[in-house]
Ligand binder design. Structure first.
Ligand code: SAH
Length: 259
């Protein structure tokens, strides 16, 4: 079933007991791919105690030094947040997001991100997400235990898989750009915007966050990604006077040629 291919990513979980409870929550709903980013207690006997029978999920858990590694190849990233945020990717309800995740999991890797017990996900981490999900809990006490939040989301994923809920498709024959490709694009874009002095090197952050939101909403496919990289490459070539039409301009190479 598609559920097995859905990555559950825990970012810096603090308690091994919660990792074990997450493994159990996943297995009860038919999920199995657990990724841990810098777990604070790992390996640890509490994890197996709480997993009670879901040890196989723990054994296969992949541990990563950074979020980039956990998202490698992922073309859809959904983040769970106990808070509603102002500047963030479009919000979706748990069933809406689950339908999307299950649908896309049959075509490419997808990741569902959960934050630290104490502080949740950082803004930078949420900026990696195409969609943000808030479980509509008691507004006065909305923060679920990490494993409880995973349980709710995995339940929704299972319901979506069982119902085969159709999701409107983006009209593209190309697969969406992966998380790594988008990071490369942002780096290229930031360097270029600094270079053309649109962005000040000291404080590129707010604009870059807004651009991330824009691209995360649009979800460029791989062809569009190549076009954007190509445009940036040309801007940089133009800055260096290396475009064919710039012969006779003030490019660096020109001096060499004339001399
Ligand atoms: N105090 C933290 C809560 C972290 S709870 C904060 O304010 O963000 C640990 C993780 O469980 C969260 O990062 C989130 O991924 C998930 N979670 C807990 N409650 C949730 C809710 N109501 N909706 C969505 N995710 C939730």
């Amino acid at each position: 079933m598609k559920l097995e291919r859905i990555r559950i990513v825990l970012v810096e979980p603090q308690l091994a007991a919660n990792i074990g409870a997450v493994a159990r929550a996943m297995k009860t709903m038919g999920l199995g791919e657990l990724h841990l980013v810098r777990p604070q207690q790992w390996p640890h006997p509490d994890a197996a105690t709480m997993a009670s029978g879901a040890d196989d999920v723990l054994q296969h858990a992949q541990v990563h030094a950074g979020l980039e590694d956990a998202l490698a190849g992922a073309a859809l990233v959904v983040g769970l947040s106990a808070r509603t945020r102002n500047l963030s990717a479009p919000a979706e309800s748990p069933p809406q997001a689950a339908a999307r995740v299950v649908d896309e999991a049959s075509r490419h890797p997808v990741a569902v991100l959960f934050g630290r017990e104490r502080t949740g996900l950082t803004n930078e981490e949420v900026d990696r997400c195409h969609r943000v999900v808030h479980i509509p809990a008691n507004p006065d006490f909305s923060s679920l235990n990490l494993a409880a939040a995973v349980q709710v989301m995995c339940y929704e994923l299972r319901q979506a898989a069982l119902q085969g809920a159709p999701v409107p498709q983006p009209a593209s024959e190309w697969p969406p750009a992966t998380a790594e490709q988008m990071e490369q694009l942002y780096q290229h874009l930031e360097q270029t915007l600094v270079r053309i002095e649109f962005l000040r090197q000291e404080n590129p952050r707010v604009l870059m966050r807004r651009l991330r939101l824009l691209f995360n909403r649009a979800r460029p496919d791989r062809n569009e990604y190549q076009i954007l990289r190509g445009i940036l490459a040309h801007v940089n070539m133009g800055m260096e006077g290396r475009l064919p039409g710039q012969r006779g301009g003030t490019g660096e190479r020109l001096g060499g040629r004339e001399g």
